[in-house]
Design a protein around this ligand. Structure first.
Ligand code: SAM
Length: 308
């Protein structure tokens, strides 16, 4: 196996997320978010010669880290197409699926990708640069009401309405195409600590650009059909919007709270296809937090496919 590209990414909850898969040496596993390949390498170490790992990543840069290993199948696509690509590779059902959501350190620390407020660069933020709207296009084209909703729902920005109105007035005078353009444009309306404000604003844009919540829902809904009974799902999320979706899907098999009508109905609800392996999410240890402060918001949830 070749060494990974240096400094691509420090893997979070490495032991916890891979141990949770209860890997069988001859099993077939999915790493939905290959990134720097840290989780994938650990899975491959635990697989025997007949085991297989199918790894997804929609970012071409991630494949710089590909180990030479005939047991690895690379899928350079969005994990929202999980079922389609598993079928294509002749393995409609697998023994375990791991997803480590969000961006890699490489994506975050590469100024030209536009994910970080710390560097100047184009306002891009697409994980998959083959298509789709960039952050600059969203800021340019979204109606004020949609900008408002995006900042409020995805960034929990305190003055989302004021921010949206302000950006609409600024963009009429000059285009906002770089990280520094956006920082400068926003500075008159910042509320609270600027670093926190920018982090929330950038989170909202990133979620919108990559449709992160819609994609996560589509992915989660496909997982029960793609797992053998007893197969495990191991998902690491980095903010409460994602974690809530994962938690609800594992608990109820859907993303909404049960309606009052359903609660009062005498008909029993269909059982959820997954069951939680741990009641509470697993968080990084003090040692991991010390070694990798970026792991601080990570939450791992693990579920098992119940017999259909
Ligand atoms: C946090 S990193 C994964 C790091 C990896 N577990 C490791 O140990 O190195 C997330 C990766 O998932 C990819 N990714 C995020 N959302 C994706 C999606 N919807 N489809 C495919 N890849 C995705 C990103 O491009 C990024 O490379």
């Amino acid at each position: 196996m070749s060494a990974p590209t240096p400094f691509y990414h420090t893997t979070v909850l490495l032991q916890e997320a891979t141990n949770a898969l209860a890997i069988r040496p001859d099993g077939v596993y999915v790493d939905a978010t290959f990134g720097g390949g840290g989780h994938s390498r650990r899975i491959l170490e635990q697989l025997g010669p007949s085991g297989k790992l199918i790894a997804f990543d929609q970012d071409a840069d991630a494949w710089r880290n590909t180990p030479e290993d005939s047991r690895l199948i690379q899928v350079p696509e969005n994990f929202r197409y999980l079922k389609r690509f598993l079928r294509l590779h002749g393995v409609p059902k697998v023994d375990g699926i791991l997803a480590d959501l969000g961006v890699s350190s490489w994506q975050f620390d590469t100024g030209e990708r536009g994910f970080s407020t710390r560097f100047d660069g184009p306002l891009d933020m697409r994980m998959d640069q083959r298509g789709g709207a960039t952050a600059a296009q969203i800021i340019k084209d979204f109606p004020e009401a949609d900008l408002h909703q995006m900042f409020e729902q995805y960034g929990e920005v305190r003055n989302a309405r004021q921010l949206a109105r302000h950006l609409v007035s600024v963009r009429q005078k000059s285009p906002l195409t770089t990280v520094q353009d956006l920082r400068a444009a926003v500075s008159p309306v910042i509320k609270g600590r600027p670093d926190k404000y920018f982090a929330q604003l950038f989170q909202a844009l990133r979620i919108e650009v990559n449709e992160e919540l819609a994609v996560l829902k589509e992915f989660l809904q496909q997982t029960p059909d793609c797992l053998h009974p007893g197969g495990r799902l191991s998902v690491i999320s980095f903010h409460s919007l994602e974690d809530r979706l994962v938690k609800r899907f594992i608990r109820w098999g859907r993303f909404e709270e049960q309606s009052l009508e359903a609660q009062l109905s005498p008909l029993p609800e269909a059982p959820a296809p997954l069951k939680a392996v741990y009641a509470k999410p697993i968080e990084p240890t003090e040692a991991e937090l010390h070694q990798n402060p970026r792991s601080r918001s990570a939450r791992l949830r693990v579920a098992e496919r119940i017999d259909a």
